[in-house]
Design a protein around this ligand. Structure first.
Ligand code: ZN
Length: 483
């Protein structure tokens, strides 16, 4: 059986069409044209706005004209990640999908069910003439996965809906009604390199950490490679008078760094001491993270002799800044203690060749706490002489506990499946918060079928959850409140 033959056919056939069109973030011309052509072939009203988002509309079925208008929302881009041995070209190749038991998967790449399943759901409803619903609208956004470009450039006169269904959540049966806001605190410093003294170079490699999502998984107690490496470096500099040549840890602001490398210069007769120090720290870290980071290793190996080093004062300042910078959860939401309110991820440290750069992603569902932690992080790096700035700030999506549509959803979910849904606030960015800054009257909920390991080559989509989700959406559309 192929993916396009799965039930409900409306979703899976459209999902299959989407997998045939390359759509990595930043390269969306093909998918934009595809969506416009798709709508034209079916006489569905559609246009592309100035930001590149695609909007489609469908009139109410007879007798349902007085219902509130529902806007479906999903992002058209996908994260291009592939396995080390994959030769896939995300700019030109279709995604090769297959069915494995209860799951749809891709061969060696991300599947793009995040958020292709959301797009396909809206397409299925728009093209099906047999359904009962009020007035409908769909918004397919641009580059959610990188900078949320599409929603950040949304104009106030583009949408007409009263209710926003964001189909970009990964657990069936869960309705998200709020999320954390966030911003990056980026630090930069140019320095004059110094000539390296006599000695040898040793490269330290810390690896095998789990890493993970810097918001959703920040409360799991996982190690941050930069925060571990700084302790080794501080010790080597203080105890052995080592010089720093370079340091590179993490490469994504929104992933917990799972690896860091640093090159140190030491006097030749101190090599044994450095190896002993490294082994000591490896043992300490393995003890600290027992039961969490089973694959953790810290190794030292000979490296080519460097010509230049980081000046001692700069090195000391940068080490102090990384030591001082908060990392991880700052606190939980006081009224919902199981959910993280404020956290940060010391995602990137890159030092060498006359440049130092750091990037910390700060998140909070409370603006004043976002501000506070941002300032604290900023202070650590500013004191080290770095030029710091706030970047990419996006607002928190404040939960509305009086939401009329959530009340309907709770009831309909129970009626349909005989079980309670879960209503959640998440510690990650969702487009709803930004859309609501442009359309404050919209009653917004984020939900979807069950996906696992999105943003990795292990991404998979649960087939039964898609059917359950779709059944629920169709039932919901028949029960949208009147205006
Ligand atoms: Zn997504």
């Amino acid at each position: 059986m192929e993916v396009k033959d799965l039930e409900p056919k409306g979703i899976w056939q459209n999902f299959h069409l989407l997998t045939q069109v390359p759509r990595p973030s930043g390269h969306l011309e093909k998918i934009q044209q595809f969506l416009l052509d798709w709508a034209k072939d079916r006489s569905i009203e559609a246009f592309q706005d100035n930001a590149g988002n695609i909007v489609m509309r469908k009139a109410a079925t007879p007798g349902m004209e007085d219902r509130k208008m529902v806007t479906f929302e999903a992002h058209m881009d996908m994260v291009p990640q592939k396995a080390a041995d994959s030769s896939h070209n995300f700019l030109t190749d279709p995604i090769a999908t297959y069915i494995d038991g209860d799951w749809v998967k891709a061969k060696g790449t991300t599947l793009g069910s995040d958020d292709g399943i959301g797009v396909a759901t809206a397409m299925a409803i728009l093209e099906d003439g047999s359904l009962r619903h009020g007035p409908l609208e769909a918004l397919f956004t641009v580059d959610e996965e990188t900078c949320m470009y599409g929603v950040n450039h949304l104009q106030p006169d583009t949408l007409q809906g009263d209710i926003l269904f964001n189909f970009d959540h990964e657990s069936e049966g869960e309705f998200v009604i709020g999320c954390a806001g966030g911003m990056d605190v980026a630090g930069e410093l140019d320095y004059q390199e110094e000539d390296a003294p006599e000695g040898i170079c040793i490269k330290l490699t810390l690896q095998g950490l789990k890493g993970g999502h810097s918001g959703l998984e920040i409360n799991l107690g996982r190690a941050n490679a930069n925060k571990l490496m700084v302790r080794v470096l501080a010790d080597a500099v203080t105890e052995l008078g080592a010089d720093l040549v370079s340091w590179e840890g993490g490469n994504m602001r929104n992933a917990i760094p799972n690896r860091a490398e640093a090159v140190l210069l030491i006097e030749e007769d101190q090599k044994a001491d450095l190896l002993a120090l490294t082994a000591r720290w490896e043992k300490t870290f393995q003890d600290e993270y027992e039961g969490i980071e089973e694959g953790l290793s810290l190794t030292a190996e000979d490296a080519p002799k460097a010509d230049k080093i980081v000046p001692e004062e700069i090195c000391d300042n940068l080490i102090d800044a990384v030591l001082a910078c908060h990392n991880g959860v700052l606190r939980q939401i006081p009224a919902i203690p199981q959910i993280v309110e404020t956290s940060c991820n010391l995602g990137i440290v890159k030092i060498g060749q006359g440049k130092a750069a750091t990037d910390v992603l700060v998140r909070s569902s409370r603006e004043s706490m976002l501000e506070f932690l941002g300032q604290s992080v900023n202070a650590a790096f500013a004191m080290a002489g770095m030029k710091t700035q706030y970047q990419g700030r996006y607002p928190a999506w404040q939960p509305n506990n009086q939401s009329a549509i959530v009340a309907v959803m709770r009831q309909e979910y129970k009626n349909l499946f005989g079980e309670d849904c879960r209503v959640e606030v998440v510690h990650a960015g969702v487009e709803c918060g930004i859309i609501q800054t442009v359309y404050p009257h919209m009653d917004a909920v984020s939900f979807g079928p069950t996906l696992r390991s999105p943003h990795t080559p292990f991404e998979r989509c649960n087939i039964l959850s898609v059917a359950k989700f779709y059944r629920f959406v169709l039932k919901l559309l028949e029960n949208i409140p009147t205006k």
